[in-house]
Ligand binder design. Sequence first.
Ligand code: 6YU
Length: 447
Amino acid sequence: MALHSAHDSQIFIIGCGISGIGAAQKLLKHGFHNVHIIEATARSGGRIRTGNLGDNIVEIGANWIHGPSKENPVFRLACDYQLLDKESMSEENQAIEIGGHLLFVPNWFTSSGRKLGPETMEPDLTRCVSGTHTMDDVGLGAFGMYKTLPGLDCTFPGGYEGLIDHMMKELPNDIVLYNKPVKCIHWNYTKNGPDTKGMLFPIMIECVNGETFAADHVIVTVPLGYLKKHQNTLLSPSLPLHKLHSIQRMGFGTNDKIFLEFEQPFWDEDCELIYLVWEDETHLTDVVSDVKISWIRKLIRFTVLKPTERYGHVLCGWIAGRESEYMETLSEFEVLHSVTQLLRLFTGNPTITPRKILRSQWFHDPYSCGSYTYVAKGCSEYDIDNLAEPLPLKGSNSKPLQVLFAGEATHRSFFSTVHGALLSGWREAERLVSHYTPASGSFSSKL
Ligand code: 6YU
């Protein structure tokens, strides 16, 4: 077999979300130069996605930096790139320890068309946060595993995708191979592929379009939702059973957004969050019987995009679980019609009409298959560790670290977040770096 140096290793990263970009950055910094990212779609960023509603930018995917303070690498990068406003970067902001947001100023509307006074009603927001269908799906252990960082959650005034643009500028232009969905990663591969110039590689990556790539290492960053759907075909030989079981046990929820622009606000000037309160009992049952008729009843929370000078009068409605999956199957016109009827009912104003709509469809996105990970009932941190465990498993005689796993779902305490995703990409890059570090005595012997 021809020998090549550690830094010549052919490394492919599957997925150009922030975990894949982070992994590539770190590998290049450590002198690996044969690094490529294979991305299924035509864009970078994955679930970080900024879109347009008329003249406004809106976040179709990730919204906030959760816990913007020094320990958060996304916050540090955003500061370095000067993407945040002064207030978000202030020491005071970073020191706030409330696990996210201050209490939003709410407006309450009821299904009999009444606007309630500022009573302190305690809303259940949790289901939306996890993106699950009912809270019964969420394991209690999750609340101990998920770690919050200090700092008052903040947004990117110019859009979250600005972060991706800046990170991409630090990578070589041709590093990403776009529009190439990967069909199968053949590992422990013994045949010599046609484009391998006489070298033997342990991995052959097969794309849907028939193209193949030979590799020493692959870092898989596809979302857990995608892994769940393609668990039996994405790898050959197939994933070991304990990894498969963990993929099945872990939860991947859907949380969608419906953006609406209005000519005039129907909410108070200081209002930040609108709640719709159904006065009949149907809403009290968590699982609504006929989703086709009653999906709209799950749309009970709207955030007001601030500041008004930047956004105009724009609301973001949040919908999670099976109802969001159903909503995605409707046309934009049908969604607009249902939401208009809903708001007319709750405001008692029969003329209210949003003038623009934009909604996300994360469940039907073929390369996300949902929004983000939650720790489902019966799951533990060991499932996350199983997910992150590289192949071949320890103790095997085959070439080590052929397939590595990153992505938000593989981070023990920051799953479901952008910073968790970034840290997981760095973690897997560092795994390869230390594998090839001369001090470990492994520099060329492991090739
Ligand atoms: C955060 C937030 N946030 C809202 C919504 C969503 C998410 N998150 P990627 O998917 O980015 O990249 C993978 C790539 O792989 C992608 O480009 C694919 O096209 C590609 N691919 C797939 N298959 C392929 C194939 N076969 N071949 C080649 N390529 C392939 N996070 O920090 N703040 O406000 C939100 C939010 C609607 C959808 C979010 C938020 C989650 C992040 O967006 C997400 O974690 C990362 O972007 C993922 O990056 P990645 O690289 O791993 O994958 C108890 C307890 C509770 C804990 N939960 C607390 C909830 C906190 C989360 N809050 C979320 C809230 C919102 C609003």
